[in-house]
Design a protein around this ligand. Structure first.
Ligand code: PRP
Ligand code: URA
Length: 230
């Protein structure tokens, strides 16, 4: 497999025909700590145990950056010494993993936002058509009142993320942020076309999809590597 790594800032990135400036709604979160963990996630010799731990850590680091501009409201707090004006999040945040691989990202994110509500959308890709099939949806009643972090490690054709976003929009969600560890240019393009208002945060923008819809160089089947099913 021929790969080209480009030096961008302090980091290295796989060469694709696309970069973050191609899509204003795409942000590549390539902090050195994220890149280091991504290298270990990609490594085929990484065990399920390490894979699970690393995916949670990357998800947490990404959420820290993707939540940078969450709205806050001033509130009065009494410290043991005096009154102070402090800031709290204005609205409850909801985390929505796309089952099943998105579940691997939940623990690392709720470690940062323990008050977040968690909804679930169950989707799988039909292996022959690559089209998403929805099999489950359970979302918090007040989900439309605050920002939603939709999480899935892989954005390949984009079909699953597009379908999950449609479910969220049907429930009235407006501030939807998609967090994926690895994206293919094809998925980013499809998502931007279907849902231009959704911001997409990725740790790595890879080269392309192969002929069975897997991301190259990618990290393989995320669900199988998290749950040890293959
Ligand atoms: C994977 C992944 C995404 C989807 C991405 O899930 O976790 O949900 O594929 O592909 P797409 O962008 O082409 O839709 P998969 O369907 O393998 O199900 P799983 O999470 O149950 O393993
Ligand atoms: N789903 C995965 O888990 N990996 C890919 O590369 C594409 C879809």
């Amino acid at each position: 497999m021929s790969l080209r790594l480009e030096q961008i800032g302090h980091g290295l990135r796989y060469s694709t025909r696309m970069n973050a400036s191609s899509h204003p709604n795409l942000t590549i979160l390539d902090h050195p700590l994220i890149q280091d963990k991504m290298a270990r996630l990609r490594d085929e010799s990484t065990t399920h145990e390490d894979f699970r731990r690393l995916i949670g850590q990357v998800a947490g680091l990404m959420t820290f950056q993707a939540s940078r501009d969450l709205p806050v409201t001033e509130t009065n707090v009494r410290t043991p010494l005096e009154d102070v004006v402090a800031a709290r999040l204005s609205a409850p945040v909801t985390l929505v993993p796309i089952l099943r691989a998105g579940l691997g990202m939940v623990e690392g994110i709720v470690a940062l936002m323990s008050e977040a509500n968690v909804g679930h959308i169950g989707l799988y890709r039909d292996e022959s058509t690559l089209k998403p099939v929805t099999y489950y949806c359970k979302l918090p009643a007040m989900i439309a009142e605050g920002p939603v972090f939709l999480v899935d490690p892989m954005l390949a054709t984009g079909g699953s993320a597009i379908a999950a976003t449609e479910v969220l929009q049907t429930h009235g969600c407006k501030d939807i942020r998609l967090i994926c560890l690895v994206a293919a240019p094809e998925g980013v393009e499809a998502m931007a076309e279907a849902h231009p208002g959704v911001r997409v945060f990725v740790a790595a923008l890879d080269r392309e999809l192969n002929d069975v819809g897997y991301i190259l160089p990618g990290l393989g089947d995320a669900g199988d590597r998290i749950f040890g099913t293959r």
